[in-house]
Design a protein. Structure first.
Length: 277
């Protein structure tokens, strides 16, 4: 690929820095909290994540959109969220009644992007962040929707979602470019047919984290590349798999450079050729 040599050279430089311990401190996560005017802002974190992973900035039921003078377009397909199933129990001693959750069922929802009608207040800050992302056009040309969700401490900072073999969405819970680059490398790795591991596997996670670091260095964004955070991330997965972290990076370097090269090459190609890959 056109950028393969540059990616490999940058990767070797980063590996040398890892080896010598010359990595800066990790960036603190800047959580995206969203606009509380969004209807789904009061939903559970999981349900808000489901909205974002389907590529939508807000969601309601079919009738819910009609109540605010918006109509779901003909042919649009709903997605599902979790709805609590509640029941009322009575305390025999006090006679008081209270409602408890006994389970969950699925509920159909539609994203605002699936509707037409009166304008609503939007999550302008999050949208501005998405619109400013470097290489956003690569994800767009690959047919991948990019959206945000309310990030929180202890949860994943971002997700890449596929449906079968089709890449569908990237969702970001933090306003850090390192997370964006990580998820975009996952998408490229998947596009190349290399992302075959299930779940949070050390190999695919090392590819994404090292690849994101390489990608941002190539874009002239070394601070946002967050080499310290990348090294800590790789160390954690490698140690859990009882693998030396540096050896893990070396093992996946070729695969990582292929993903980075695909992204950089796709950024310079017409949209039509990207879609035909």
């Amino acid at each position: 690929m056109k950028y393969y040599g540059k990616a490999e050279e940058t990767g070797q430089t980063i590996l040398q820095a890892f080896k010598e311990g010359k990595v800066p401190m990790a960036l603190a996560p800047i959580f995206l909290t969203g606009n509380q005017e969004r209807y789904c802002a009061c939903w559970s974190w999981l349900n808000q994540l489901l909205v974002a992973l389907h590529g939508y900035s807000d969601a309601r039921s079919y009738k819910g959109w009609q109540e605010v003078n918006r109509q779901v377009r003909k042919g649009e397909k709903a997605f599902c969220i979790f709805e609590p199933v509640r029941t009322t129990i009575r305390d025999e001693a006090s006679g008081e009644e209270r409602t408890i959750v006994i389970g969950y069922k699925s509920g159909a929802r539609f994203g605002i992007e699936q509707t037409d009608g009166d304008p609503l207040p939007g999550d302008e800050n999050s949208q501005r962040f998405v619109d400013s992302l470097p290489l956003l056009e690569v994800a767009t040309n690959w047919g991948i929707r990019v959206n945000t969700y309310n990030g929180r401490e202890g949860a994943a900072h971002g997700y890449f979602r596929t449906v079968g073999e089709q890449a569908e969405a990237i969702a970001l819970g933090v306003a850090n470019l390192s997370t964006w680059a990580h998820e975009l490398v996952h998408a490229a790795d998947h596009r190349l047919g290399n992302l075959t591991e299930k779940g949070q596997h050390w190999r695919s996670e090392t590819v994404a984290e090292l690849g994101g670091c390489i990608l941002l260095h190539m874009l002239g964004r070394p601070t946002e590349a967050d080499s310290g955070g990348a090294w800590a991330y790789v160390q954690r997965y490698a140690q859990n798999a009882d693998i030396d972290p540096l050896a893990a990076c070396v093992e996946v370097l070729n695969r990582t450079c292929q993903a980075v090269s695909l992204i950089m090459q796709s950024a310079t190609e017409p949209a039509e050729s990207n879609l035909d890959r």
